[in-house]
Structure formats: C-alpha cells, structure tokens
Design a protein around this ligand. Sequence first.
Ligand code: GDP
Length: 304
Amino acid sequence: MFNSLSDRLTATFKNLRGKGRLSEADVDATVREIRRALLDADVAVSVVREFTSRIRERALGAEVSGALNPSQQIVKIVNEELVEILGGETRRIRLAKTGPTIIMLAGLQGAGKTTLAGKLSKWLKAQGHSPMLVACDLQRPNAVTQLQVVGQRAGVPVFAPHPGATSELDHPAGDPVAVASAGVEEARQKLHDVVIVDTAGRLGVDAEMMDQARRIRQAIIPNEVLFVIDSMIGQDAVNTAMAFDEGVNFTGIVLSKLDGDARGGAALSVASVTGKPVMFASTGEGLDDFELFHPDRMASRILD
Ligand code: GDP
C-alpha cells in the first residue's frame, strides 16, 4: 500500500535536487506531478485539489531557510500536510472516567469489523484491560458465531443474543438495539472496563442499517465510534465515509486490509473529507495484524 504513490513522490522530489532556488514554474511542475501521483493512487479529486493548492501556496510562500534546500523544503511541506490530513497527533482511545469505556464499531459488511473486534480486544487485553465483546450484527448469518470464535481466540468473553429469549434482560434475539444495551449493562455488572459493540453492515449504504446504527449509538452513548473501512474500496470511500459520518457521527477511522495492494487513496480521502483521525490500521487476517496508527510515521513512510 502506498508503494506506487511513494515511488512517484520520491521521483518528483529527486528532480528538484541541486536546484538553488525554486521558480514558480518549478513549483507548478512539482505540484502537477504530486497531483497526478495522488489521483493515480485513487485519492478523491476534491481532496487532491485542496491538498495540492495548499502545497503550492506554502511552497511559493516558503522562506528560503538556511538549513533546508528547496527540495527538502517541499518534502517537509508535503509531509506536514499528509500528517495533518491523517489526523495530526497519534489519537488514542478516550477512556471513560467511570464505568466501562464503550466502543462501537460501524462500517459496511465485509469491511473487517468483526475481525477488528477480535484484534482490538486482544490488544486491549495485552495492555491490562478487561474487554468484553457484544454481538449486535443480527443481520448476517453467522456473524454472531464469527464474533464468538474471534472472542474465543482472543480470550475475551462475548455477549450474544439467545434465540429463544423473551425478555429484554434475557439477551433478546431480534433487536440489535436491545442487545447492545443489555450487553453494555452486563459489562458494567461484570466490571469489564471496555466493551466493544459490533454492529451490522450492508454491502452498500442503506437507510435501514444506518437508522439501526444511529439507534444503537443513542442507546449506549459510546466513548468512541470507530468507522472501519476497507482500504481497497478506492473512490467509493468518500461517499461511504460521508454517509456514515452523517449517520453515526463517528469519532475515529480504522483502515482495514492495509496489507492488500490498495493504492492508499481511500485512507487519505476518508480522513480528509471527514476531518476525523485515523486511529488504527488492520494489516491482515490474523488477530495480531493490527496497530495503533501514527500519522507522522505513515507520512514518513510515504515520503521515504
Ligand atoms: P465485517 O462484515 O465488517 O464484520 O467484516 P469481517 O471482519 O467479517 O471481515 C471480512 C473479511 O475480510 C474476512 O474474510 C476477514 O478475514 C477479512 N479481513 C478483515 N480484516 C482484514 C485485514 O486487515 N486484511 C486482510 N487481508 N483481510 C482482512
């Protein structure tokens, strides 16, 4: 991921080496190359436009500093702008002051939510937390079982609805909102300090699914709502992210499938159009293929 973008940008900056001072034409040519590289990496057109116009403005206005040559100066500007788009400082989970920290997962079907629930819970457990998972994806056949399997592998308990239950307190089977509330209540009673609520997705954005996610959000008042997005979805990423942001007002982004051959555009576009930080990266099917996202490290990797 980002390999091709990274190669293209590096080659562009190489062309500037040895130049004593950048003319406006030099800056324009460089910005044009950056624009092409970003578009080829599937970054949304609106994002590319805004990004490159900021680079151009800053590059033209940049003081010629003694320490940096012009090519280093542009690399520094691009680096800073990339970090900014990706969320600035590394953003950690906001823990609740009292009671369990409630983390809700949202995203399209197949985005990697259930897998993430396992990864995140294992990661939190390794840091001394006592997480619990709640299975609210009652739409997809097997989603509950899949979460139970993931929970077992992570060594984390899973709250799941009972098919025969009749009362709300007895793990109601049909209503994801009631399951979410009952799950959070159970976590509270059993003194878990983190509860991760997996929700249903659809193949595309769908009003009913969004309404359900919104109702779950209202019922459990999460500390974090993580929007999980498949990095491979390319140009569709922007519309999907905006629909979820409007629907559930998520607080952070998780980029999944970063191990694939995605060109990386989705990552930059989603963070830019929503202004929300990328918090985690999922990099494989295994439970340990997961990391806290550091915008500065990712920017450096792209510009390496
Ligand atoms: P959900 O529908 O959003 O809950 O998505 P799942 O967690 O079921 O994931 C859908 C598919 O993507 C499964 O086959 C996962 O094994 C796979 N998957 C999830 N995360 C990753 C990842 O980071 N990398 C790769 N290569 N596959 C992933």
